[in-house]
Design a protein around this ligand. Structure first.
Ligand code: KG4
Ligand code: ZN
Length: 340
């Protein structure tokens, strides 16, 4: 089966073709980072307009590189949510328009299911049951995955997502945009132990997170420092350690509670080197295998949407309506298990 994936939920236009015989056949990604940098965050209206400009040329490029005609596809998958409504509607309208013109079915898929399944593009691929730690700019969730589509949220952030805390902390210290990778790079140059940050909500049972207090702690520590390069690097190091440690404590609890020996980490923050290595080391000691996507599939991309679309399109008794629909808010636990 050959599926075109279209991702436009936020500030990346991601297009890819997944072929169930060979894997990803071609892909293209356009990031709007420069467009939003001067505002220090994503401006929804600008994001939608830019998707409109970029989407058609990228789809043509990806089809040409895969040497495929639109009619040779078995399906088109677009991100239907969660995300920015205007940005989502660009992908949805283009997908449904292409479908009308070609009779190739177009299906709306869940952005976070895309992230969750992205490690399945790697070898070896994780097999359910497993626990997934989804850490992105909009979400921090621990999900028990009994099967593809069978998702139970075990815990989630009560306020800021982990990526959001990285981005906002970086912005407060004037590190630039997007802050996550910039803060992580500064943390690498920082000295461990120079500051100690709290590990929020780890002193009580449960799997929920809260990262907004860490942001305030970062701002206070920064304001009380001499704001030198060395101090900033050390603050970044302490901040990253606190986030990684907190995530790792909750992952340990989650795999114990779910009684599984596989952990998947996915979403933009899973690109963080420190998080990847700490979780791999910690889990190895417990006999738990850790899976994560290759770096280009941690942050938003079309490949994960094409893959999620492939799973959804290969279901028995598949029914697709021709309506153009998006769901800006859409809990992953609302998805139905795959019918095989
Ligand atoms: O999954 P993603 O591309 O978009 C959403 O669905 O939100 O995640 C983007 C988030 C941003 O908050 C970004 O700062 C964060 O992932 N991120 C990182 C790193 N790379 C991206 N955070 C920490 N360390 C990184 N290396
Ligand atoms: Zn994402």
């Amino acid at each position: 089966m050959k599926v075109l994936g279209i991702e436009t939920s936020c500030d990346e236009t991601g297009i890819a073709i997944y072929d169930s015989e060979v894997g990803i056949r071609s892909e293209a990604l356009y990031s709007q980072v420069k467009l939003h940098a001067e505002y220090g965050g994503v401006v929804p209206e600008l994001a939608s307009r830019d998707h409109v400009q970029k989407i058609a040329p990228l789809i043509n490029k990806v089809l040409a590189e895969a040497e495929l005609d639109l009619h040779e596809l078995d399906g088109i998958a677009y991100t239907a949510g969660p995300g920015l409504v205007g940005a989502l509607l660009v992908g949805a309208s283009v997908a449904k328009g292409m479908s009308l013109a070609s009779k190739v079915p177009a299906i709306g898929v869940h952005h976070m299911e895309g992230h969750l399944l992205a490690p399945m593009l790697e070898t070896p691929a994780p097999k359910p049951p497993f626990v997934a730690l989804l850490v992105s700019g909009g979400h921090t969730q621990l999900v028990k995955v009994s099967d593809i589509g069978d998702y139970e949220i075990m815990g989630e952030s009560l306020d800021d997502a982990a990526g959001e805390a990285f981005d906002k902390s970086a912005k407060m210290m004037g590190l630039g945009y997007p802050g996550g990778p910039l803060l992580a790079a500064r943390a690498e140059r920082g000295q461990a132990g120079a500051y100690h940050f709290p590990r929020p909500m780890t002193d009580r049972p449960g799997l929920d997170f809260s990262f907004s207090g860490l942001k305030t702690f970062t701002l206070n520590t920064f304001n009380n420092s001499d704001k030198s390069e060395v101090a900033i690097n050390n603050i970044c190091r302490a901040f990253e350690e606190a986030v990684v440690d907190t995530l790792s404590i909750k992952c340990r609890r989650a795999v114990e509670l779910a009684k599984v020996n596989r952990l998947v980490i996915a979403g933009g923050v899973s690109a963080n080197k420190h998080l990847r290595s700490k979780l791999t080391d910690e889990m190895q000691k417990k006999g738990v295998e850790v899976f994560y996507p290759s770096l280009q599939y941690c942050t938003d991309n079309g490949a994960m949407i094409a893959l999620a679309g492939y799973y959804r399109l290969s279901q028995k008794n598949l029914q697709i309506d021709s309506k153009i629909w998006v769901k800006p808010r859409w809990p992953i636990s609302d998805l139905a298990p795959l019918e095989r």
